[in-house]
Write a protein that binds this ligand. Structure first.
Ligand code: AKG
Ligand code: FE2
Length: 371
């Protein structure tokens, strides 16, 4: 028998007793208008509560707001480990410190204005949304890497000036900035500087149709979070970037400028965790030369690095797009021949061996000499 639950003061919620064992709905109740939870100072986003409310069992919908909060929080706490909650809380505090001290140079960067941000060819192809329209604007410098013209020169200049403004502010105030990742000593995480909603829209509206065409195995499941940042290279900045895979399902990398030599990307094939250090096959070896305004889109697991920027300054906008559903599914899989070059090679080898063994058996059975 289930023990009664209470609010910690010895008072029971009778209605809660009836529904705590109920399951969430499998599909959301689209007719239900969820309450607003914006005033809550909880460890989860108020939007998460509003979204989850649509999945509550019907009997719960008439309960008090507090009872619903308690029920939903219990679910979220089980799903979201404490270490992750602490990380999110620290990140929130870090961003609040930035937002209350940093004065942006261009507030207009925070709202995506498609005609000011993108070149017409990109916009037309994405708006048409067909495979044909998207294939028309891309080239594939090496298999699985797609390149296309994307950003307007004016937008690139604004973003570069904003990053320079960030670096000045960091220097003048001695702010302890978190760099984009362990590989870069320079650059800035744009999500920390108020550009997260803009980059979310970029991923959701403009990259989603592309990912659907070029990486269908991933984008059957939604890309639902991102890490957006700028990398900076030059004599007094980072010079090159070692061979690595990204912590993303799909990566967008757009060159913003300025004038530079070098900095080419080199690619060495897509690999799963198990095969990340295996040798590349000849057809997987390819280079890409950055051109300001031009983007490359590739799988995060596509192994790559950036050669030295030998003169001038190079800044690139990077968006690591992630899918929580894809990551969850991957945990239950052991073989990735649909995208890992090495899993595929080994699978083909096994098939060849099996076919050869069968042939041999048949020849022996028919008494034909195999020596
Ligand atoms: O420098 C570049 O263009 C590559 C950057 C990159 O691969 C990364 O930040 O993950
Ligand atoms: Fe990368």
């Amino acid at each position: 028998m289930a023990m009664p639950t209470g609010n910690g003061n010895g008072v029971l919620f009778p209605a809660m007793l009836q529904v705590t064992s109920s399951r969430l709905r499998l599909s959301p109740n689209s007719e239900h208008k969820p309450e607003a939870y914006d005033d809550l100072q909880l460890e989860f986003s108020p939007l998460l509560f509003s979204s989850l409310e649509r999945y509550l069992p019907p009997a719960m919908l008439n309960l008090s707001r507090d009872a619903k909060i308690q029920f939903m929080r219990d679910i979220l706490v089980r799903y979201f480990p404490e270490a992750e909650r602490t990380r999110v809380q620290k990140q929130r505090e870090y961003r609040e410190r930035i937002m209350s001290n940093y004065q942006p140079l261009y507030k207009e960067l925070q709202t995506l204005d498609e005609t000011k941000f993108f070149v017409p060819s990109f916009l037309q192809a994405v708006n048409a949304g067909t495979e044909e329209s998207l294939r028309k604007i891309i080239i594939e410098p090496t298999p699985g890497v797609y390149s296309f013209e994307m950003l307007q020169p004016n937008f690139c200049e604004m973003l570069i000036s904003e990053v320079e403004n960030i670096e000045r502010w960091v220097h003048d105030t001695k702010f302890k900035i978190m760099r984009p990742n362990t590989m870069n000593k320079y650059g800035a995480v744009l999500d920390d500087f108020g550009l997260e909603p803009m980059l979310n829209k970029l991923m959701d509206v403009y990259l989603r149709p592309m990912a659907k065409v070029f990486f269908p195995e991933i984008s059957r499941l939604a890309l639902d979070s991102h890490h957006g940042f700028i990398v900076e290279y030059g004599a007094d900045k980072d010079v090159e970037l070692g061979f690595h895979v990204d912590d993303s399902e799909v990566t967008l990398n757009v060159c913003l400028g300025k004038d530079f030599f070098g900095g080419e990307l080199y690619f060495r094939g897509v690999r799963c965790d198990k095969h990340v250090n295996t040798v590349p096959h000849p057809e997987e070896i390819g280079d890409y030369t950055h051109i300001p305004g031009r983007a490359v889109l590739h799988r995060g697991r596509h192994r790559h690095g950036a050669r030295a920027t030998t003169s001038g300054q190079r800044l690139n906008l990077i968006l690591w797009c992630r899918s929580s559903a894809y990551r969850e599914l991957k945990r239950y899989q052991t073989e990735f021949s649909s995208w890992c070059g090495e899993c595929l090679r080994r699978k083909k080898e096994r098939q060849h061996r099996a076919v050869a063994a069968t042939k041999m058996e048949l020849l022996k059975r028919d008494g034909i000499s195999t020596s």
